[in-house]
Design a protein around this ligand. Structure first.
Ligand code: SMG
Ligand code: MG
Length: 385
């Protein structure tokens, strides 16, 4: 079954074409259950851009993971909306009928903007798969019906507060903890969590580019704590620096922000700049490229896991499907909806026994709740050919 589904992925998919009659671009804003602090800022609400692909046969939803401010990467929501409206959609409309596999080629002449492109491709893929009654998981060749759920824990005001938060997530069943770190909040919180919760806990850290190679000695102080990995300690464009750092510390280096395509993944692997890769479909231009990165990494013996961008239920469902593929051997940042949202725009997706179920219905397998959607929408526009 594994081989058959993977063979189908490689052979290419014949799911029929999508006749785009309109595309809706919708801005939504959802309050977070608690502030989420990283090395680059504090989020108190999630702003997202939803892309709704409308065709006579089916509707598909995409979610843009760009943030309101360009702090994680250069993309930001209003910029993405502008790029989608002015440069991406005209190319799809001009092509007439489209397929998800074809979207990447049609959009290739437009430089950069992977998050904008990913949202558009996802909407087309969802429409195409709904039209043919196929789930994301089946399309990807997924091999699991549930995925181990890790949780990303923000920077806190104090260590006791952090220990309470981690304790509550472990109580809820999460199988892996990721601590956000920054200079001044690294060795002490890691030591405290290790001491309190023991050596068996799967523990990793994420710096979101907050360090430089000059901090190598400080980062080496994390070595005794047996972390699964350290995620993106250095700048996005400092792949060579990560290669050097990887020689100086024992904790495996994992790249997040630096990996924007299968080509950058292959280059980083060949430079020995990463021993692990965090794959975020939104960051790499879409689920198809994400799938290709997983294959490149697996071929080189590099483990991968599925990252998160505080997705709403739409992106969460699709991420669960991706994380269910064979190459994803480490628990991902695929937490339950209630980790971030009291009320999501789809029915809640909750962890059971530390795992998130992989949806089985057509497309993402989740339905948008119209009433919630109306409540959280801050702006909506419909674009036609
Ligand atoms: O969706 O669980 C989630 C969030 C996981 O920490 C997470 N994402 O760099 O990996 C990362 C961050 C990016 C978003 S921070 C606002
Ligand atoms: Mg990260």
């Amino acid at each position: 079954m594994v081989q058959a589904t993977q063979a189908r992925w490689r052979a290419g998919w014949q799911g029929g074409t999508v006749k785009l009659t309109a595309v809706e671009l919708r801005r939504v804003s959802l309050p977070l259950v608690a502030p989420f602090r990283t090395s680059f800022g504090t989020e108190v609400e999630k702003d997202a851009l939803l892309v709704r692909a409308i065709s006579p046969e089916a509707e598909g939803w995409g979610e843009c993971v760009a943030m309101a401010h360009p702090l994680y990467s250069y993309e930001h929501l209003e910029g993405a909306r502008d790029v989608i409206r002015r440069f991406l959609l005209p190319r799809l409309f001009a092509a007439g009928d489209v397929t998800a596999q074809g979207v990447g080629h049609l959009l290739e002449p437009i430089k950069g903007h992977p998050m904008a492109k990913a949202a558009v491709e996802m909407a087309v893929l969802d429409a195409e798969l709904r039209q043919s009654g196929t789930s994301f998981a089946s399309f990807f060749g997924a091999v699991r019906d549930r995925v181990p759920s890790g949780v990303s824990v923000g920077i806190m005001d104090s260590i006791p507060q952090l220990l309470d938060a981690v304790g509550a997530y472990l109580e809820a069943g999460y199988v892996r903890i990721k601590l956000k770190i920054e200079p001044g909040w690294d060795v002490d919180p890691v030591r405290a969590v290790r001491e309190r919760f023991g050596d068996e806990l799967l523990l990793q850290v994420d710096a979101n580019t907050a360090y430089t190679l000059g901090d190598a000695r400080q980062l080496a102080r994390l070595d005794p704590f047996d972390l699964l990995l350290i995620e993106q300690p250095l700048a996005e464009d400092d792949v060579a620096g990560h290669a050097e750092l990887a020689r100086r510390i024992r904790t495996p280096v994992c790249l997040d922000e630096s990996i924007t395509s299968a080509a950058t993944a292959a280059a980083a692997i060949s430079m020995q700049a990463c021993q692990v890769i965090n794959i975020k479909p939104g960051r790499v231009g879409g689920y198809l490229e994400a799938r290709r990165i997983a294959i490149v990494a697996a071929a080189n013996g590099v483990p991968v896991w599925c990252g998160g961008m505080l997705e709403t239920g739409i992106g969460r469902a699709a991420n669960a499907a991706l994380a269910a593929c064979l190459e994803f051997t480490l628990p991902g940042d695929v937490s339950g909806s209630d980790r971030f949202y009291a009320r999501d725009i789809t029915a809640p997706q909750l962890i059971q026994d530390g795992h998130l179920p992989v949806p089985t219905g057509p497309g993402t397998g989740v339905e948008v709740l119209d009433e919630v959607l109306a409540d959280v929408t801050t702006d909506v526009e419909t674009i036609r050919p």
